[in-house]
Design a protein around this ligand. Structure first.
Ligand SMILES: [Zn+2]
Length: 147
């Protein structure tokens, strides 16, 4: 089981959210505390526009690897059924099952990634959100410009 990160408000200790510990994730890099409205660090989340090529590649690659793993499950199940029943499924049927499983898993993953990138771009096109992001980044880096 993957480790879980707790995102707690640094001011009032309120648990704002939890997320899986992954090297990179797409989403807002900060959250707002529901109690005191302070900024809460939302690592490892980053917006699409601030991810470098390497992080984008890691994020997309990880998602595709999961999709491929899930996509071949029907094929593995079919192979297992063959072993148990001592019958042989035709190679054509196996190809069809494997191809369909992969196609469905990759199509769902593609749609999901596409939607999440679109949501990230929508957030970044909101001037209010960008202003909060700048304010958060200033407070996180301890810049004297931050309040
Ligand atoms: Zn708080």
């Amino acid at each position: 089981m993957a480790a879980v990160i707790e995102h707690r408000c640094p001011s009032c200790e309120t648990l704002v959210s939890t997320s899986r510990a992954t090297p990179v994730a797409l989403g807002p890099p900060f959250l707002e505390c529901p109690s005191c409205k302070g900024f809460v660090n939302h690592e490892p989340f980053e917006e699409w526009s601030s991810m470098g090529a390497r992080k984008r590649f890691t994020w997309v690659g990880t998602s595709l690897a999961v999709a491929v793993s899930l996509g071949i499950l029907p094929l593995l199940a079919c192979g297992l059924a063959d072993i148990i029943s001592r019958e042989r499924t035709s190679p054509r049927t196996l190809l069809f099952i494997g191809g369909t499983g992969l196609f469905v898993a990759l199509a769902i993953t593609y749609a999901n990634l596409h939607q999440r990138i679109r949501r990230s771009r929508r957030r970044m096109s909101d001037p209010m959100y960008r202003a909060k992001l700048v304010k958060y980044q200033m407070s996180a880096t301890g810049s004297p410009l931050g309040s």
